[in-house]
Ligand binder design. Structure first.
Ligand code: AMP
Length: 557
């Protein structure tokens, strides 16, 4: 049987394997697990544990378990494991063995060769250690490639275009931001920055401290001082954090977290997204400072970038996307599963290295932003016709997202939920898809009712919209069908041949007026649009036309 070449994202927290299946980059899984924890342990009985069982063991016996070994790659240290000691490369080899076993089970074929990714800042020694780990795991390592390069390959960039791409990668334990320049498949890393100890684990820890302090206030005893309770609290905090990425509130319940004498002490608390973001605000801000630094090191301005990619599980936090968008003025791409993007790119590289035909990574996305009309501030003025986006365009579907709203006058009896689709910041310039009233609201001062609006977008383009007032439980809902096709051709946000033509004409005219420096993003977009059309990628072309309009709008005046 012929052996297969796979791509491996050997991560600090998790590792992922991918391969080309019928030319399509695909994540490999076995037993439903796609993310393989990068953890190795030795059980009390002397059995070697890798992946999930080792991660579970860490909770009870951290002394017999090793995690985050990637941080020590290339260092001359010996790590104790049970009674033995191992080098970081040996531990990584055990993780790679596990990843290869998953790939073999998934493909039903032996796996002989691999492309492995490493952070862009890895030194030669660290790369060498990674290569060695691959060989110890019985793999022929075809290439070691940089993680931001793999991300760009997953997005199909650089095969024929010339682009400068910023890759913002916020994972479980590390943050990396890099700028790469790609032309004709050749990738150069222009600059890279990051923090080796910043990521989702720190967000969990902040939430644990918040919950632990509240529990202590209620019960007079601190769950953080008990190893078992702390482990449960940490797992619960991570779940709550993930829930808060798509909901405004999370409920955390851990029955019997501790006992006082024979009396069980239960944890039952609620955290709002706003509170959670407050808790991690400084950490998020530090990623923006590093992003500023990487631009400075590359001697570039944000507007010189052709594209921004979001990679790493923690970029699913909506505040992360908002901060990046605000700082760079680009709406970033994150539609390829951010946990899997690097592995998929490694599989693309594996295909290129072996001369196999490579297809695009396929993702179903919602083509237009969906939201509700709301009151808010714009340019310092209160405005009652703002588009409050709940599901931004280019979000992978199916998806469910909720946001929190309230009333504007005292004792307000009802709120109208008006559902809009489109990219204008002014709601009424978009398409009204449907509306309904949530009435019989309890009499409360303005701003006090908590009204949670939820959009469920399914794979067929149906959107189910519901609104709930939390104190009374009062709820109303509607279902909107076929959102994808609803945009008439003449509207601001609908893609159409005429709209495309107008954008290209305007862009070409503007190019003549701009200095050499300001021309680049516009030229980049026009080139990408041409390419997308040549490749017959209509969805990509539509997105690029909208990006073009956005850029024209920014340059108006
Ligand atoms: P990675 O290292 O890229 O696999 O990222 C793992 C980190 O992403 C962990 O800290 C996860 O808790 C975090 N994560 C995964 N999904 C989400 C989500 N929906 N919202 C917030 N964090 C997430």
């Amino acid at each position: 049987m012929s052996s297969t070449v796979i791509g491996i994202d050997l991560g600090t927290t998790n590792s992922v394997a991918a391969a080309l299946i019928d030319g399509k980059p695909t994540v490999l899984e076995s037993g439903g697990e796609r993310l393989i924890p990068s953890v190795v342990g030795l059980s009390p009985g002397g059995e070697l544990l890798t992946g999930t069982p080792a991660k579970h063991q860490y909770v009870v016996s951290p002394d017999r378990t090793i995690k985050s070994v990637k941080r020590q790659m290339g260092q001359e240290v010996l790590l104790p494991l049970g009674g033995r000691t191992c080098t970081p490369a040996e531990i990584s080899a055990l993780i790679l063995r596990k990843v290869t076993a998953v790939a073999r089970e998934s493909l039903g074929r032996p796996v002989g060769q691999a492309v492995i990714t490493v952070p862009a800042y890895f030194t030669d020694i660290q790369r060498q250690a990674t290569l060695q780990a691959g060989e110890m795991a019985g793999l022929e390592v075809l290439r070691i490639i940089n993680e931001p390069t793999a991300a760009a390959l997953a997005y199909g960039l650089g095969q024929q275009s010339h682009e400068k791409v910023l890759v913002y990668d916020l994972g479980g334990g590390t943050f990396d931001v890099s700028i790469v320049e790609i032309e004709n498949g050749v990738v150069e890393v222009l600059a890279t920055a990051g923090n080796n100890h910043l990521g989702g684990d720190d967000f969990d820890e902040r939430l644990v401290d918040h919950l632990g302090a509240q529990f202590r206030k209620q019960h007079g005893t601190d769950p953080r001082e008990d190893a078992q309770a702390l482990a449960r609290l940490t797992a619960a905090a991570e779940n709550a954090k993930i829930h808060l990425s798509s909901h405004p509130f999370a409920r955390i319940r851990e029955p019997f977290l501790l006992t006082a004498g024979d009396r069980p002490l239960n944890l039952d608390l609620e955290v709002s997204r706003i509170r959670f973001i407050d808790l991690i605000e400084d950490l998020l801000q530090s990623t923006i400072e590093l992003t500023a630094k990487v631009l400075e090191d590359a001697a570039l301005q944000a507007r010189d970038l052709d594209r921004v990619l979001l990679v790493g599980g923690s970029t699913r936090i909506p505040a992360v996307r908002e901060m990046v968008t605000d700082f760079l003025g680009h709406s970033p791409h994150g539609e390829i599963n951010p946990d899997e993007c690097v592995a998929l790119g490694a599989a693309v590289q594996a295909g290129l290295a072996t001369g196999a035909g490579v297809d695009m990574v396929l993702v179903d996305v919602n083509p237009y932003s969906l939201g509700v009309r709301s009151l808010g501030r714009s340019f310092g003025l209160v405005h009652n016709d703002l588009m409050s986006v709940i599901i931004p365009r280019n979000t992978a579907i199916p998806v469910s997202r909720s946001e929190l709203y309230s009333t504007t006058s005292d004792n307000q009896k009802e709120v109208r939920i008006q559902v809009y689709q489109g990219e204008s910041k002014i709601a009424s310039k978009n398409i009204l898809l449907g509306e309904f009233a949530l009435d019989d609201l309890p009499p409360l001062p303005a701003g006090e009712p908590e009204i949670v609006v939820t959009f469920d977008y399914d794979i067929d383009g149906m959107v189910h919209v519901s609104a709930v007032e939390r104190s009374s439980g009062r709820e109303k809902e509607i279902t909107i069908k076929g959102t994808g096709e609803k945009m008439p051709e003449s509207t601001v946000s609908g893609p159409s041949a005429a709209r495309r033509k107008a954008a290209v004409r305007k862009a070409k005219k503007l190019l003549q007026e701009l200095g050499e420096h300001e021309r680049r993003p516009l030229e980049g977009l026009l080139k990408s649009l041409e390419l997308a059309e040549k490749q017959g990628n209509q969805q990509q072309a539509d997105t690029l036309v909208e990006d073009l309009w956005e850029l024209l709008y920014e340059n108006r005046g």
